[in-house]
Design a protein around this ligand. Structure first.
Ligand code: UDP
Length: 248
């Protein structure tokens, strides 16, 4: 541990270029995706990603509530991202804070750009994301879970939506930050990719990167998304080819 002022800062990068959990800079945490994990929802998925545990449930297309949000020419996509009070070390105050509202909004917008909403006028497609355990990258884990849940619900989409955060730790660009790297690193750049077209439909940034670092981070993120995409497709194959036993 090094120290800056009163704060203990962990050593994020070893002299050999390994990270706090032994990963290389371009290495993802382990990811497990189970499609169809809930009985009541129209579609669902559970994602374990490093120490993150995230459940997504999708309902719809169904009647719009509140009614005045209804659109005559297409479905609306509503999303609620929520972190459970017990999901983090210091108990999080329950309920939708500004952070959750912002994340819900950007996730809904990301899905609006891939769902064929015009096929279901006057309806709502409702996406619920519950973070049960958080260790950075929960919005990306939420997008991955929700995307598989939307496919599980049979909602027509351009493509699945893999997502990952890239960041900067000890001056190096690193794929898929964990909590200490997110807290003590210099930048965090979550993104979601439409693999077919290569289009990014979510891109946020906290911290600072140079133009060259940003280019490198985008490349690393896109290749990370492509690996996650394969795992998402496999989860759906397992569910529908009967390869994986699920509780639903
Ligand atoms: N976090 C927390 N309490 C909060 C919000 C976040 O402990 O109220 C932690 C949690 O581990 C989360 C991480 O900080 O995953 C990073 O949060 P950020 O806002 O960057 O979103 P995320 O990386 O989870 O998408």
């Amino acid at each position: 541990m090094g120290s800056v002022g009163a704060k203990e800062v962990p050593v994020l990068l070893s002299p050999e270029g390994l990270r706090i959990d032994g990963r290389k800079l371009d290495e993802l945490r382990s990811i497990r995706i189970v499609a169809g994990a809930l009985h009541q929802a129209d579609g669902s998925a559970f994602v374990e990603w490093g120490a993150n545990k995230v459940m997504a449930a999708v309902y719809g297309p169904r009647e719009v509530h509140p009614r005045h949000l209804q659109q005559n020419n297409k479905a609306i996509v509503q999303c609620r991202y929520n972190m459970a009070a017990f999901s983090v070390d210091e108990r999080k105050r329950p309920g939708l804070d500004r952070r959750s509202q912002e994340i819900s909004k950007v996730i809904a917008e990301a899905f609006e750009s891939v769902i064929f909403a015009e096929e279901f006028p006057r309806t709502s497609i409702d996406v619920y994301i519950e973070v049960l355990q958080a260790n950075a990258g929960t919005r990306c884990a939420g997008i991955v879970a929700a995307s598989v849940a939307l496919a599980d619900a049979g909602i027509p989409m351009v493509d699945l939506l893999p997502a990952v955060a890239v960041g900067k730790v000890s001056g190096a660009i690193a794929l898929d930050l964990k909590k200490e790297e997110d807290n003590f690193g210099e930048a965090d750049l979550p993104m979601a990719l439409v693999p077919q077209s290569g289009r990014l439909v979510l891109l946020q940034m906290e911290g600072h990167m140079t133009r060259d670092e940003l280019a490198k981070a985008l490349d690393l993120g896109v290749s990370g998304c492509r690996s996650i995409y394969e795992k998402m497709k496999q989860a759906l194959r397992d569910r529908y080819a009967g390869g994986t036993e699920v509780a639903a």
